[in-house]
Write a protein that binds this ligand. Structure first.
Ligand code: RIB
Ligand code: CA
Length: 315
């Protein structure tokens, strides 16, 4: 008897890796995507909500409601990453402008309404970008904190440090104040940090396998990967690039591919030197209450096998 699908909201700032995460989720019957809420991050909101709809149309899933959310962080000015993702945020392949409509409701209101209308603790938020939407929803409707089953988020780093500054990962750096709100809300959290995603490196063989896939999705993912991996390979001198956001969906589908610890994680939101740092008490030295499952290993081959198998399901 197969289990009922897990109800998820994907909060995202597409971005090529976000796009792969969305495609993985939409190909997986274990997950029911209630909606895709977009936020400013990799590129401005005006592009992220278009990109999310382009990905849904590529997946043949125009039934998925896509919402526009916050166009800037809670307090700070927006910082984007066109240097990594290109000017459209989905550089690598030209996809047609979406014809599916953008929902009129704001992402924050969709998150609040959906959580209030569903039984408690039945919805997981998969957070793939700066956490502005989720934080605003918690600030606007504190009652939803106890209604969220879990937040699984790509963000932060401990042993790996940062990727946009020596101590901060991009999602946390763009909106540290939002992350601080979320990490203090008492919601079950699973953090997928750079410590994991920097082990989820693409390979030429894997990308070539996608390029040869007999559908539209495989070659599209290969083209996106060719584009965004140039930045990381140049920076880290690695053979492949980290597929950050799909690791969140990989965890939702096969948590056994990952290991981590239940520890205290605090967010630095003020220091000019280390703002956006995730201060992970990996060695339990602070005595502070554990508030997050902080992952740090991934079965890399198992993850990429899962990704290939699911993407091959697209017609
Ligand atoms: O640091 C990696 C994260 O920042 C990923 O979510 C990527 O899409 C960017 O948003
Ligand atoms: Ca992202």
């Amino acid at each position: 008897m197969s289990q009922a699908p897990t109800q998820i909201i994907i909060d995202t700032d597409p971005g090529q890796d976000d796009a792969v995460a969305i495609l993985l989720a939409l190909a997986s019957p274990e997950l029911n995507v209630l909606g895709i809420t977009t936020v400013a991050g990799n590129v401005p909101l005006a592009l992220t909500h278009v990109n999310a709809r382009k990905v849904c149309e590529l997946a043949g899933r125009t039934d998925i409601p896509v919402f526009a959310g916050c166009d800037k962080p809670l307090k700070r000015d927006l910082i984007t990453a066109e240097n990594v993702h290109g000017k459209t945020g989905l550089d690598g392949i030209e996809l047609p402008a979406p014809s599916m409509p953008l929902q009129a409701q704001h992402s924050v209101d969709f998150i609040i309404k959906t959580l209030r209308n569903a039984p408690e603790k039945t919805i997981t938020i998969c957070s793939l970008g700066p956490m502005t939407n989720t934080a605003q929803a918690l600030l606007k409707a504190p009652d939803i904190a106890s209604r969220i089953a879990k937040i699984v988020l790509m963000g932060g780093g401990f042993f790996e440090g940062g990727n946009i500054t020596p101590s901060a990962e991009f999602n946390m750096f763009v909106d540290p104040d939002a992350a601080k709100v979320v990490f203090a809300a008492g919601i079950p959290l699973t953090v997928v940090p750079l410590d994991v995603t920097h082990k989820a490196l693409t390979s030429k063989a894997w990308v070539d396998g996608l390029r040869a896939m007999n559908n539209q999705v495989g070659p599209a993912v290969a083209a996106w990967t060719d584009f965004f991996e140039r930045y990381d390979m140049e920076k880290y001198g690695s053979e492949g690039a980290p597929l950050h956001d799909p690791c969140v969906i990989g965890y939702m589908l096969k948590p056994e591919l990952f290991t981590g610890r239940q520890i205290n994680v605090e967010i630095e939101a003020d220091s000019p030197l280390t703002v956006g740092a995730t201060v992970a008490d990996w060695w339990y030295v602070t005595g502070r209450t554990a508030n997050a499952e902080f992952l740090n290993t991934i079965n890399r081959d198992g993850f990429f096998d899962l990704l290939t198998e699911r993407l091959s399901r697209y017609a």
